[in-house]
Design a protein around this ligand. Structure first.
Ligand code: C6P
Length: 415
């Protein structure tokens, strides 16, 4: 594995860290083009987790014995790695959750229930993942607030000239947007939206699930109030994610889950809450998984976020150039320089599930479906797309195999 941040990464060399690339699936090596859904895990992360489970495992924050202290150190050490990774001012502001989804629900419930009401406006976008759409839609309904969206243009980019119209609807209280769209790869102007949100007296919630693994994140530079992402999309284990929030907001919020660990004292008459971040971490957390999350952050940081971004950009250019040469293929979303390593497309007259099935026979793994973005599918006028997505271990040959597989799809269907 690379140990220094370099301008260019060597994906072929990095693949040695991932056992799956040495194996044959259905007689073929896998061209894994579904990293936006979840990434493969390097042996450095898996070995470290195994070592942790074998030699440093106990519950956290509860025991005074050595194993418990080691476990707590591993868990809290991971919190510090997450903090540094997103340049958060304090690790009290970093909360471990089960996932980005749980982090976004936490904000919608704990902040939304207390702060939204009739006359208020909740603003999301037309390209939100359901995880940052449904909780806000639900909370708007529950509190009587309006639910408004920022539309996109035909390239899948936000139409910011709609903001004045939205501001006229009422009291804008929250703006929730993904930094990178999981379906189109669009890089969204979150800094601008955060400025606008604050000018309205609103908070800015950033879903960074598809951004944090691929671009350097700095919550202070983004100017947001909350940011969420998951470990499993960044070479870490599933079952753990992170929520960052501004301390003053987190301090004011009610807890999301109730039970052990999140309390200061409990009596028959009254219960009081623990300090941050524990107020939001009820019960036994995903201890070794949080530790593994920290190890994954070390892994991708050692490769370098700039190198990952540049590598994926080259793959996107290669893919979009090749797809443009194939008649009957329509690529969705913006040009390569305004997207990350995600390419969604359709093959005329072939259902995306059939495309994915035939690609699978060729050993090419892609996702087909609505990608948990049904409002976006409606805007694009399709029920589903086929999506190829890249990461630090993707090589140009994977794209060559995707293109060859698509030719097979066209031959099979005679289109
Ligand atoms: N997107 C995809 O294939 P979880 O599942 O909680 O780790 O992440 C949810 C989520 C939130 N926001 C965005 C932008 C996402 O892309 C995702 C997960 C996967 O696109 C699975 S649906």
């Amino acid at each position: 594995m690379a140990t220094t941040t370099s301008a260019k990464l060597d994906a072929l060399k990095l693949r040695a860290d991932f056992a799956v690339f040495d194996e044959l699936t259905n007689g073929k090596p896998v061209a894994y083009l579904d990293s936006a859904s979840s990434t493969q895990k390097p042996k450095q992360v898996l070995d470290a987790m195994r070592e942790f489970y074998e030699h440093s495992y106990a519950n956290v924050h509860r025991g005074v014995y050595t194993l418990a202290e080691r476990a707590t150190e591993g868990y809290e050490g991971a919190r510090e790695k997450v903090r540094a990774f997103i340049n958060a001012p304090s690790n009290r502001e970093v909360i471990f959750t089960r996932s980005a989804t749980e982090a976004l629900n936490l904000i919608a419930y704990s902040w939304g229930l207390e702060n939204l009401g009739p006359g208020d406006v909740v603003v999301i976008t037309e390209l939100e993942h359901h995880a940052n759409f449904v909780p806000w839609q639900f909370m708007a309904k529950k509190t009587g607030a309006q639910f408004a969206h920022i539309p996109i243009d035909d390239l899948g980019e936000l139409q910011l000239d709609s903001l004045d119209r939205i501001a006229a609807l009422g009291n804008v209280k929250v703006v929730a947007n993904n930094l990178v769209s999981n379906t189109l790869g669009t890089i969204n102007p979150v800094e601008k939206l955060a400025e606008w949100a604050h000018a309205q007296g609103a908070i800015m919630v950033v879903d960074a699930a598809q951004a944090a693994p691929h671009r350097r994140i700095d919550v202070q530079a983004l100017g947001c109030d909350f940011l969420a992402f998951s470990s499993h999309k960044i070479c870490g284990p599933s079952g753990v994610g992170a929520l960052w929030g501004k301390r003053e907001l987190l301090e004011e919020m009610q807890p999301f889950n109730l039970g052990g660990e999140m309390i200061r004292s409990v009596a028959l008459e009254r219960t009081s809450w623990n300090e941050l971040p524990y107020k939001f971490e009820a019960g036994t957390p995903a201890i070794a998984e949080a530790f593994g999350f920290g190890q994954a952050i070390d892994y991708v940081s050692s490769v370098g976020l700039e190198a990952i971004e540049a590598h994926e950009h080259e793959l996107v250019v290669q893919t979009m150039d090749r797809l443009a040469e194939i008649p009957g293929i329509r690529v969705f979303g913006p040009p390569a320089d305004r997207r990350t390593g995600i390419v969604s497309f359709e093959v005329a007259d072939v259902h995306p599930h059939d495309v994915a099935q035939i690609l699978n026979w060729e050993g090419v793994a892609v996702r087909a479906g609505h990608h948990c973005t049904q409002p976006l599918m409606t805007r694009l006028g399709v029920a589903a797309t086929t999506r190829a997505s890249f990461y630090l271990y993707t090589v140009p040959d994977d794209v060559v195999r995707l293109i060859a597989g698509l030719q097979k799809v066209k031959d099979t269907f005679g289109v």
